[in-house]
Write a protein that binds this ligand. Structure first.
Ligand SMILES: CC(=O)SCCNC(=O)CCNC(=O)[C@H](O)C(C)(C)COP(=O)(O)OP(=O)(O)OC[C@H]1O[C@@H](n2cnc3c(N)ncnc32)[C@H](O)[C@@H]1OP(=O)(O)O
Ligand SMILES: O=CC(=O)O
Ligand SMILES: [Mg+2]
Length: 542
């Protein structure tokens, strides 16, 4: 039934609520905002439907439904004939990809790093402050036009000097995050928060897609935290609309999809199919995958409780089944299989720690290259030679190993879901989870989305593992192997211990971090993502 408020009053639009930022008007131009409004008009409704579908599925899983390969899409899996678009220009050789946030210094360092690809991250490695969202777009805008320069507070000047810079693959936020500094108003005057995904993607594509094509590369994206092939189809529709709207040939946009949720592991082939005209490959996003396992199966009883985070390695059977299936699925369809991130990072001030980190990374990359991956991620420039050497040893001059079909791999659903292995929950693991999560959230609230903590790279995905383990251990009445019951009260003591052990400085955010941590790790309900309440409460000031 039509009412007054249903009556179209104006064109749909995006309103800017965030404060004006230096050079922000170069990104938030009237034309770019109109493009974002059109993206929201066409796709925001389907985004909400997809997020609701996630909740429906989680409700069913919580009530005992088992995940499995889908019956209704069997024909896609059994059709031997279809292939994906594959590499676009500049993506042919992806043996080493460096990842990192998009502030000017990291952008320049990544472009000078010698990696083949730079994952320009507005997602796990970026805290979505308004400054980071718009500042990241500005860094990319300038970098693509070869005019990005930066002087640090210490006076060190940065500019891109590499002869061959990595191909940029930008990673927008996942479907779950709103962008509260922008508001979508539809033609009937109804207001909703903008989508972080559509904002990050839309601004980058609008400003840079044609420029990138003219420079011989293209608008390339990593797509994060997908949970189904329907979500992949939504992205594919966004790509096709964008190509038409910006006058690009169909198929110019290329996506590499992270398989980093448990539900998506059962739909790898369907995801490739849904995006077949745009997809270049899949990536094994191990940290979010572990988080998703805990999240998805958190209430399913003792057999689904993981031990200490540090013991869930890539060689435990269910992680191995996931990566083997990923390589097999990709190569069957002509898609690149890209490996993940070892979290061990070097320390230029500590050669022994560096040596240990390099050894861990070496063995991780050795396994990936041997398994058939076509490339991999590193967190730090000093790890590039190690990763490159492992892939060079297997690939030689070839840009990939798509011909390694891995027909020896046969993964059944039970192998992805069998979580039992010889691991333990320890008091040290419990304490580390509390300490790392609080220290990470504190940095995130100050605008840092990736930090080094105790020799490991921590970002949104690794912090999610720490807090969701604690939630699960409390709710499943676990006791550490040394006899310590894991209760809310014990975790509250560890929060206090952490706050007493960190160096407090004027303006730090530890109190807010402890507050968010306690809510997302010890509350009755399990928030789907810690970043959602943290963002709404602390980063969305207008
Ligand atoms: C689960 C996932 O999604 S993984 C992907 C998301 N996570 C990431 O991308 C994390 C990427 N890595 C990083 O952000 C960083 O390496 C950190 C935060 C872990 C450590 O950074 P730092 O503490 O600055 O390390 P460190 O002091 O050793 O850095 C040495 C130099 O290398 C640079 N550097 C370090 N990592 C990177 C990187 N990933 N990209 C570009 N430059 C980098 C630093 O800027 C620094 O440069 P400078 O000498 O000009 O100051
Ligand atoms: O995004 C990568 C992951 O491991 O999570
Ligand atoms: Mg991730």
């Amino acid at each position: 039934m039509s009412t007054m408020t249903d009556t179209p009053t104006a064109e749909a639009r995006i309103e800017v609520l965030g404060r004006p930022l230096e050079r922000g008007d170069e990104i938030l131009t009237p034309e770019a905002l109109a493009f974002l409004a059109e993206l929201h008009r066409r796709f925001a409704g389907e985004r909400h439907e997809r997020l609701a579908a996630r909740h429906r599925r989680q409700y069913e899983i919580g009530n005992g439904r088992d995940l499995g390969f889908r019956d209704d899409t069997r024909a896609i899996r059994e059709d031997p004939d279809w292939r994906v678009a594959g590499a676009g220009p500049g993506l042919e050789d992806r043996r080493v990809e460096i990842t990192g946030p998009t502030d000017p210094k990291m952008t320049i360092n990544a472009l000078n790093s010698g990696a083949r690809v730079w994952l320009a991250d507005q997602e796990d490695a970026t805290s979505p402050t308004w400054e980071n969202v718009i500042g990241g777009q500005l860094s990319l805008y300038d970098a693509i036009r070869e005019r990005l320069e930066y002087t640090s507070p210490e006076g060190k000047h940065y500019r891109v000097t590499a002869e061959r810079t990595p191909t940029i693959v930008m990673r927008p936020r996942g479907w779950h995050l709103p962008e509260l500094h922008l508001r979508f108003v539809d033609a009937r005057g109804r207001e909703t928060a903008a989508s972080g995904s559509l904002v990050d993607f839309g601004l980058y594509a609008f400003h840079n897609a044609r420029e990138l094509v003219e420079r011989g590369r293209g608008p390339y994206f990593y797509i994060a935290k997908l949970e189904s092939s329907e979500e992949a189809k939504l992205w594919d529709d966004v790509f096709a609309f964008t190509e038409d709207a910006l006058g690009l040939d169909r198929g110019t946009i290329r996506a590499t999809v992270l398989i980093e949720t448990l539900p998506a592991a059962f739909e790898m082939e369907e995801i490739l199919y849904a995006m077949r005209d745009h997809v270049a490959g899949l990536n094994a996003g191990r940290w979010d995958y572990i988080f998703s396992i805990i999240k998805t199966l958190r209430s399913r009883g003792a057999d689904y409780v993981l031990p200490d985070r540090g013991q869930v390695s890539m060689t435990v059977p269910f992680m191995r089944a996931y990566t083997e299936l990923l390589v097999r699925t990709c190569h069957k369809r002509g898609a690149y299989a890209i490996g993940g991130m070892s979290a061990f990072i070097p320390n230029r001030r500590d050669p022994e720690a560096t040596e240990r980190a390099v050894e861990r990374v070496r063995s991780d990359k050795h396994r990936e290259a041997g398994d058939g991956f076509d490339g991999t991620w590193v967190a730090h420039p000093d790890l590039i030679p190690t990763a490159r050497a492992e892939f060079d040893a297997v690939l030689g001059e070839r840009p990939h190993q798509l011909d390694r079909l891995r027909e020896d791999v046969h993964v059944i659903a039970a192998e992805l879901l069998e979580l039992r292995f010889d691991g333990r929950i320890t008091s040290a693991g419990l304490r580390d989870n509390v300490s790392v999560a609080i220290r990470y959230i504190e940095a995130w609230l100050r605008g840092l989305g990736a930090v080094a903590i105790d020799g490991l790279m921590e970002d949104a995905a690794t912090a999610e593992i720490s807090r969701s383990q604690i939630w699960q251990w409390i709710h499943q009445d676990r006791t550490t192997e040394d006899g310590e019951p894991i209760t809310r009260e014990r975790v509250a003591e560890l929060v206090e211990e952490t706050l007493a052990s960190v160096e407090r400085t004027q303006g730090d955010r530890f109190d807010e971090a402890a507050e968010i941590f306690s809510e997302v790790a010890t509350g009755d309900a399990f928030p789907d993502f810690l970043t959602v309440p943290a963002y709404r409460r602390f980063l969305a000031e207008i």
